[in-house]
Design a binder for this molecule. Sequence first.
Ligand code: MEV
Length: 327
Amino acid sequence: MGVIASAPAKIILFGEHFVVYGEPAIVLAVDKRAYAKAELREDKRLFLRSLNLNVAGFFENGNFKAEEGNPKEAKIKLEPLKCAVEKVLEISGERAGLNIEVNSTVPVAAGLGSSAAVAAAVAAAVGALLNVKMSKEDVFRIAYEAEKVMHGTPSGVDPAISTFGGALFFQIDTGFKPLDVRVDIPLVVGNTGVERSTRSQVAKVRSLKDRYPQVVEPMMRAAREIVLRAIEALKEGDLETVGELMNINHALLYGLGVSDESLEWLINAARKAGALGAKLTGAGGGGCMIALASKDRVENVLEAVQRAGGNAFIAKKTDEGVRIEPT
Ligand code: MEV
């Protein structure tokens, strides 16, 4: 008998990239989930399989043996999950052999936090299987360690929202606070289908910031003001202001060099169809954009993004963070 856990994908409404340098961000968990199943093995080996990445293999005594996919690629993709499993085993004090199978409905390398959702689900599934007492804080910390293996210098915003769900205000120094967002936020997500690595987009911004500190630092301050103003607008249910702020946030991200042609194409299509605002979400360089629309325009915006070639859907906020699934 195995244990299945799941965790949601996320949308960064405001503040990606700037959040890495201590500025605040606003994030929402959305109704696409990653699932992880954990089972005990007779031996002491760790077998990991990702059904959506088509990779699988064994980790044993510091060695990796691929069973599916290109061995080098399989190792890189499964390494963060191995890290999450090992952290749970450290807490449990047990050296159990495990089979872990991951399946995710979250598009990969698209800015929706698929790796963090998977890591949180894996940590929770292994913890529940081994009866380890783990708080959500523990799951967050473990998923954050896994993200470091994956991305180098992540802010922690992705594992935080995948673990806790809902809507969060996130800042590296002060941590995260749930945001009480009562207003419905009709959001269209458009996937450009261009895969990119968060690590390289973050490195690109760091290089720009190092070369032009006097230019980029005021952009950081502007991004902070956008978030603070957006919190008020979200509280008041003032979607027009939220949309306008999304447009300004996107302009800053464009300035940082993390937009691309495919994103601009979908963002323009959404704005032309009457979106209140549109921006890239996540690391950029491809991946996903989001558009905010009034309830009566959301279907038009969805169609426009689809016609422009995006794989689009309407995202719904979910309050459920990481959870154990009934078996
Ligand atoms: C990635 O979803 C968000 C970035 O801000 C990186 C991070 O916060 O770790 C680009």
